[in-house]
Design a protein around this ligand. Structure first.
Ligand SMILES: [Cu+2]
Length: 141
């Protein structure tokens, strides 16, 4: 009855190894890394433009966020941007905030910083004339 007890630590070791590999492994292969697409419910076209390209690790910088309606026409909208690393279970190390608009009407988001390389997700919540919607973007740093 006790002869199989050695199996327990062996199984735990394997399970732990799989869990560790899952947090350290490469991101899903089918991720969309485009920085311009429709929001989840199709209300807005959202385009992100990093202020520094390629996007740096560890450096504070600003991004531009362009929001139009689905047909590409200007729209009056407020945005909130948030993000994190799905494989690490943590968010952004900063709290980015909209500081104004540029002369094209794009939202300027200051305080963007990514503190490590890997797969990041940025989520933009848009509140505009067409309602509230979200757009999610993937980033490989
Ligand atoms: Cu991380």
């Amino acid at each position: 009855m006790f002869q199989k007890l050695w199996l327990i630590p062996a199984v735990l070791l394997v399970a732990g190894g799989i869990a560790f590999a899952a947090t350290r492994s490469t991101p899903p292969a089918d991720l969309d890394y485009s920085l311009s697409h429709l929001s989840k419910d199709g209300h807005y076209q959202v385009t992100l433009v990093p202020g520094i390209d390629p996007v740096p690790v560890g450096k504070m910088h600003a991004w531009l966020v362009d929001v139009t309606d689905a047909a590409g026409q200007p729209v009056d909208a407020d945005i909130v941007i948030d993000g994190g690393m799905p494989q690490h279970g943590h968010g952004l190390p900063t709290v980015p905030a909209v500081t104004g608009k540029d002369h094209h009407g794009r939202h300027i988001v200051g305080g963007m910083r990514f503190n490590m390389p890997g797969w990041w997700v940025l989520k933009v919540e848009i509140s505009g004339t067409a309602g509230v919607d979200t757009a999610t973007f993937n980033l490989a740093l």
